[in-house]
Design a protein around this ligand. Sequence first.
Ligand code: OSB
Ligand code: MG
Length: 369
Amino acid sequence: MRIERIEIRHTKMELVSAFETSMGVETYEEHIIVRVDGDGVTGWGECVVEEAPLYSSETVQTAWHVLRDFLIPGVLGRKISCVDDAIARGAKFRGHRMAKAGLESALWDALAKAKSVSLSKMLGGTRERVPVGVSVGLQATPEALVKKVGQHLEEGYRRIKIKIAPGRDIALVKALRKEFPKILLQVDANSAYELSDVDVFRAMDDYDLLLIEQPLSYEDIYDHSKLQRKLKTPICLDESIHTLADARAALELESCRVINIKPGRVGGFTESVAIHDYCASRNIPVWHGGMLESGIGRAGNVALASLPNFTLPGDISASKRYYKEDIVEPEFVLNSDSTMTVPTRPGIGIEVLMDRLERVTVRREEFKS
Ligand code: OSB
Ligand code: MG
């Protein structure tokens, strides 16, 4: 298909409740929505950059610049027959993986729609429903956390992830285990600890956690290998894995026994599938992370999570867990078995509600060939 027009929108959406992690508190989410038009087809993608370089070094402003000045000129006006063509055009530019993933995902949607096949099928997905859980931010007290988790269990989520931070860790796990001895439970530190904090994580070995996500520094692989050796609980890397090569290094060094895949963090669906396949070949389970996406990004996440080695529940919750109203139709809902249904219509399989998208847009730019 010939790429005739690309539009990027900086969006700002208010969260239904504040989301606190070891990196800070978020009350709204800023992302970039990418729209690609060609041959009568429209593709949508979501670039999961945030306002500040806290989780990733990218921000809305850096991704805007890289999309506008480097990535979009590489594909605009060109004939793209598969996503690999587009990736090759941006490959010489280093880093900026979230920016690349935003554009790549819109192209995947457009190409899947042009072929009338679902994104799930096109990526190699094999499941109709994917197991999901919920990621719960830090709360003011352990009691408040127990209450919040209780509400999510009542909503039907069967896997709970809690955020931890130095001084707000083992007491939270203890309180939750006392109240809910049997639930699937995991923790996410977002890189807030150092190797010398090993005792905190050793103490967690007594609480039957599914995994400990990203305890150490955001680009570290080596120190995680030292920590993993001292723990029974599997470490799962999130921030440290940007490429298939990182995944290989982490598994060779035994730095983790599980990997969290987020297409934004690794530069798109293509690299995500490569990491998924490599982990499958090594019997390492993966699960799909989340970046508080709108329904546009969520639709892509659900499609990717339908691949066979996404065996652990993903951070893919219902639209209403994040936003009062989503910008897509139908919005994402939780099934009673703590799964989410994979869209079967062409591409990402949802409609974008233009009036709602318009309302959350704070800046827009259009590029024509
Ligand atoms: O570390 O997984 C993380 C949100 C923003 C940045 C980093 C992370 C998260 C989450 C949210 O945990 C998961 C979700 O989208 O539900
Ligand atoms: Mg994480």
